[in-house]
Design a protein around this ligand. Structure first.
Ligand SMILES: [Zn+2]
Ligand SMILES: [Zn+2]
Length: 83
């Protein structure tokens, strides 16, 4: 399962092109808010569309389960590699 391009576009707009991570285990403050590359081509500004609830755990591919995360933050999520 994967998000549709349309869902990813909507999530991107909702996130305002910034990382939405608020994980405690990351070293950023309450929110990462890193500016990301809309084209996802610039190495240090790359991002993923993350399943907040992993598909394995019954998470959907809907917008409300989609979170824009920079790659660094995505690697810190519990279900990384699972979505
Ligand atoms: Zn981040
Ligand atoms: Zn983070």
């Amino acid at each position: 399962m994967a998000f549709s391009q349309e869902t990813i576009n909507q999530a991107w707009r909702k996130a305002d092109g910034r990382c939405e991570c608020s994980l405690n285990k990351c070293r950023h403050l309450s929110k990462c808010s890193k500016e990301l590359d809309p084209q996802n081509k610039i190495e240090w500004k790359k991002w993923h569309a993350h399943h907040k609830v992993s598909p394995d755990a019954g998470g959907s591919d809907n917008l409300d389960n989609c979170q824009i995360l920079c790659v660094e933050c995505h690697e810190n999520t519990d279900n990384y590699g699972n979505n």
